[in-house]
Design a protein around this ligand. Structure first.
Ligand code: ADP
Ligand code: MG
Length: 706
C-alpha cells in the first residue's frame, strides 16, 4: 500500500533504525503504526517545557511537573519497614526540595555527587506541606548546559505495553529523530501553493512536521500546529465541496420548472399567516434548487416552532404543480400522525390526496394504499420509515422530506434516492436540533444548508427557571394556578437505558405523590412511559391532546415533535441527567400557543460542574444555536455526532471546538479556489491537484483492503 509519496516512508516500521521486529510488533498492535510514515504522523499531545526553570518557593500544586536547578547538599539511604529508599536534599536559589528513589536505589546512590549542581525534572509530591520529587530525571548542570539548545519536549500518548518495551516518549522522540535524518522535501512534497502559504502565513510542510515533533520554542510549536490544522481542514473542505459540485453535475433531479395552480391557490387563499422573512428566504433557496434539473440535497435547520413544516408543505405543492408525488417521513408514529393531520387540515378543499403509512397500517387497507400510490392517485404520502421499505412503490416520487434528521442515517436517505427509477428525487432534510456551524460545515459540508433563524411573530419567550427540592410545595401551587387558567402541564422524568427500572420507579413515585395533591375529579392526569403498549401510549397522548387531562407525567418519549398548543408549563425532573439538546427539545413542547409559557428545571442540590453549566445555559437562552454551541463546548464533536458520522471525518490535530477560525478560513479559500479553477488546471494550483490525486489513490487502496 502506498500511503505516502515516498518509498522510505512507505517501508515497514520494522526497518526504522532502533525498531526491529519485536518493537515493530508492539507498534502495530498498540498504535496501528505499520510504516515509517505512520509513526511520523502521530503527533505529540502535549509538550514539556524544558526552556524554563521553576523556583522551589513558587511550587504550590501537588502533581505539578517542574524543572529546577540546585545543589545536591546530601543524600542518605533510609531503611523503611518494607524497603529501602534513597533520599537526597537539593538546595535551589529559593529553598529546599527532597528527591526520593524507591527503585534502583543502590545504583542511584553511587551515581549522585554531593556538592554538585544538578538539573532536576519531575512531578512534585506535596505531603503535609513538605515538597518532594519521586524518581526525578536528573542530570549534572554542566552536562545539561553542554547539550544546547533547550527545547520543548514532545509527549506522545502511550500505553503500558509501549512503556514496558521502552517505547515511552523519550524513546519515541529518538525514533522520530531517526526518521528526520533520512527524509527531505522529496519524501514530503509541499502540498499547498506558495501564494496560499504567503497569504495566510503558513510555514512549509516539512518544516511543520519537524517543529511539531521538535519545537525549540512555543512559536515554532504554534506555527507547526497552525499549518497542520489548516492542511487537515483545507483538504477535507476541498473534498466535500468538490463532491457537492460533482454530484450536481452527475445526479439529475426532476426539474420543477413551474409554480402553478396548487401552490398559488394555497398561498393566496389558504395560508393562515404571513410567512416570516426567514421562511420566505429559505423557500426561495429551495425553489431555486428545485427548478434546476439537478437533484437537491438540502439540510433545513430551524429551531423548534420556527415553522419548518410550512416550508415543507409549500415545497410539496411545487412538486404537485409539476406532477410529482411527495413523501414526508418522521421518526415516530405520533409525529407522523401529527404531520398527517395538520397537512390534511391545511390542504382541505384543494383536491390534494394525502395518505398515511406506518407499520400499523395493515391488511387490506395497506394493500389499497400501496396500489393507489403506485397508480399515482396519492399526491403526498406521510409516514414513518415504513415508507422507505421495499414494497412501497411510487408512481413518480419527486420530493422526499425527512423531519428530525438526527434519527435517520445516510443509508436510509439513499434508499429514498432509489424510490424513483427515472430520476433521483429531491431530498429536504429538516432538523430542529441545530448543528453548530463548524459541525455542519464538517459533517454536512457536502449538503446545502438553509437556516430558519427567526421565530413567527407574537411568540412569548419561554420563562425558564432552575429550582431545587425545597421549591416543590410552591411548584404545586404554581401548577394549580396555571391549570385554573385552563393550561396544561408536562412533567418529564429522565429515561436512561441502564437504569430504566429506577427511572420508572422515580416516575411512579412522582406520579403517586401528585395524585395526593391533584385529586380527581378536579384534576386528571396522563402517564406515559416506554414500558407501556403502543396502543395505551397513543390513548394517553390522545387524552392529553384533547384536553381531557391537565397534567402529563412522562419520560422523554414525548421529546420529539408533539404539538399541544394549550400546554404552557414544562417541568423537568432530575434536569442534571439530561443532555442540552434534549432539554432544548423538551422545552420546545411548550410555548406553542399564545400564552406565556414556563419551563421549570428541577434538580438535586448536588450538581457537577458540567450539570450546572448545562442548566445555566438553558436558563440564559432560548436560542437553539447558542445552546448547540454550548453543547459542543461541553461535550466535544465526537460525542455529538456519534460514531455513525465520525468515520468520514478523521482529524489528527484539529479540534472542532476551538479551531473554528481556521475552519472558516480553510472553507472560504477552498470555495474560492474551486470557483475560479474547478478542475485545478492552473499552474499555481498544481500542488493542490497533486495532493488530491494522491489522496484519491490512497483512498482507493483503502477501499480495496476493506
Ligand atoms: P417546527 O419548525 O418545529 O416544525 P412547526 O412547523 O410545527 O415548527 O410550526 C410551529 C407552529 O407555528 C405551527 O403551529 C405553525 O402553524 C405556526 N407557524 C409556522 N409559521 C408561522 C408564521 N409564519 N406565522 C405564524 N405562525 C406560524
Ligand atoms: Mg416540526
Amino acid at each position: 500500500m502506498n500511503k505516502y509519496q515516498s518509498t522510505y516512508l512507505n517501508s515497514s516500521i520494522e526497518y526504522l533504525k532502533g525498531v526491529g521486529p519485536a518493537r515493530a510488533d508492539i507498534l502495530k498492535k498498540e498504535l496501528n503504526v505499520f510504516t515509517i510514515g505512520d509513526l511520523l504522523f502521530i503527533y505529540p499531545f502535549r509538550y514539556v517545557d524544558k526552556t524554563q526553570f521553576h523556583l522551589i518557593k513558587d511550587i504550590s500544586d501537588d502533581g505539578e511537573v517542574v524543572q529546577i536547578k540546585g545543589k545536591l547538599i546530601s543524600y542518605e539511604l533510609i531503611k523503611g519497614k518494607k524497603q529501602k529508599r534513597l533520599s537526597a536534599l537539593l538546595k535551589g536559589s529559593s529553598g529546599f526540595i527532597e528527591l526520593v528513589w524507591f527503585r534502583g536505589v543502590k545504583w542511584m546512590a553511587d551515581a549522585l555527587k554531593e556538592g554538585a549542581d544538578y538539573v532536576v525534572f519531575g512531578r512534585v509530591n506535596i505531603y503535609a506541606g513538605k515538597k518532594s520529587i519521586p524518581h526525578p530525571e536528573i542530570e549534572l548542570l554542566a552536562e545539561a548546559n553542554a547539550k544546547k539548545p533547550k527545547k520543548l519536549d514532545a509527549v506522545y500518548h502511550s500505553t503500558e505495553k509501549l512503556n514496558a518495551r521502552g517505547l515511552e516518549s523519550k524513546a519515541r522522540r529518538k525514533l522520530v529523530r531517526n526518521i528526520f535524518e533520512k527524509i527531505s522535501e522529496r519524501d514530503l512534497p509541499e502540498n499547498l501553493p506558495d501564494y496560499l502559504r504567503t497569504k495566510i502565513k503558513l510555514c512549509p510542510r516539512l518544516q511543520a512536521l519537524q517543529w511539531i515533533h521538535f519545537p525549540e520554542n512555543a512559536q515554532q510549536q504554534q506555527a507547526a500546529e497552525d499549518r497542520i490544522k489548516f492542511e487537515e481542514l483545507f483538504y477535507l473542505q476541498m473534498r466535500l465541496i468538490r463532491s457537492n459540485k460533482l454530484r450536481k453535475q452527475i445526479i439529475k433531479g426532476p426539474a420543477f420548472s413551474q409554480i402553478g395552480e396548487y401552490f398559488n391557490r394555497f398561498y393566496k387563499e389558504k395560508l393562515p399567516f404571513e410567512l416570516t422573512g426567514a421562511q420566505k428566504r429559505v423557500l426561495k433557496e429551495i425553489r431555486a434548487d428545485l427548478g434546476k434539473g439537478v437533484q437537491m440535497n438540502r439540510l433545513l435547520q430551524g429551531d423548534v416552532g420556527s415553522g419548518k413544516t410550512m416550508v415543507g408543505l409549500l415545497s410539496m405543492l411545487i412538486a404537485k404543480d409539476n406532477n410529482y408525488q411527495s413523501a414526508m417521513m418522521a421518526p415516530t408514529e405520533i409525529l407522523a400522525q401529527q404531520h398527517y393531520q395538520s397537512l390534511q387540515e391545511y390542504l382541505e378543499g384543494l383536491n390534494i390526496r394525502v395518505a398515511f403509512l406506518s407499520g400499523s397500517v395493515k391488511g387490506k387497507k395497506r394493500k389499497v394504499l400501496l396500489e393507489s400510490l403506485k397508480n399515482g392517485e396519492i399526491d403526498i404520502l406521510v409516514g414513518t420509515h415504513a415508507l422507505i421499505e421495499n414494497p412501497v412503490i411510487f408512481k413518480n416520487l419527486g420530493l422526499a422530506i425527512i423531519d428530525e434528521q438526527h434519527r435517520f442515517g445516510v443509508a436510509q436517505r439513499s434508499k429514498l434516492y432509489l424510490k424513483n427509477d427515472r430520476v433521483t428525487p429531491h431530498i429536504l432534510v429538516m432538523t430542529a436540533t441545530p448543528i453548530p456551524r463548524t459541525l455542519a460545515m464538517t459533517y454536512y459540508g457536502d449538503l446545502d444548508v438553509s437556516v430558519i433563524d427567526e421565530m413567527p411573530p407574537g411568540r412569548k419567550e419561554i420563562k425558564t427557571v432552575h429550582k431545587r427540592e425545597n421549591y416543590r410545595p410552591k411548584l404545586w401551587e404554581f401548577m394549580k394556578s396555571e391549570i385554573a387558567k385552563g393550561r396544561q402541564i408536562y412533567i418529564v422524568y429522565p429515561l436512561i437505558e441502564e437504569s430504566a427500572k429506577l427511572d420508572l420507579q422515580n416516575l411512579t413515585d412522582g406520579y403517586e405523590q401528585l395524585l395526593g395533591f391533584f385529586t380527581r375529579p378536579t384534576y386528571q392526569m396522563s402517564v406515559l412511559h416506554g414500558r407501556m403498549k403502543p396502543a395505551d401510549k397513543d390513548a394517553e397522548m390522545e387524552r392529553f391532546v384533547q384536553g381531557k387531562t391537565q397534567i402529563m407525567v412522562a419520560t422523554t418519549v414525548i421529546e420529539v415533535g408533539v404539538n399541544v398548543p394549550n400546554a404552557s408549563v414544562m417541568i423537568i425532573e432530575n434536569t442534571e441527567r439530561f443532555g442540552l439538546s434534549q432539554l432544548h427539545q423538551l422545552r420546545g413542547r411548550v410555548g406553542r400557543g399564545a400564552e406565556q409559557s414556563f419551563c421549570i428545571l428541577m434538580s438535586s442540590n448536588k450538581l457537577s460542574k458540567e450539570g450546572r453549566e448545562r442548566i445555566a445555559t438553558m436558563v440564559r437562552t432560548n436560542n437553539g444555536f447558542e445552546i448547540a454551541e454550548a453543547d459542543l463546548r461541553l461535550r466535544g464533536a465526537g460525542d455529538i455526532m456519534g460514531t455513525r458520522q465520525s468515520g468520514s471525518v478523521d482529524f489528527n490535530l484539529v479540534n472542532l471546538v476551538t479551531d473554528t477560525q481556521i475552519l472558516e478560513v480553510a472553507r472560504d479559500l477552498a470555495i474560492k479556489i474551486l470557483d475560479k479553477d474547478p478542475q485545478l488546471q492552473q499552474e499555481f494550483n498544481k500542488n493542490i491537484k497533486h495532493h488530491i490525486l494522491h489522496l484519491n489513490r490512497v483512498r482507493k487502496d483503502w477501499a480495496m483492503i476493506s
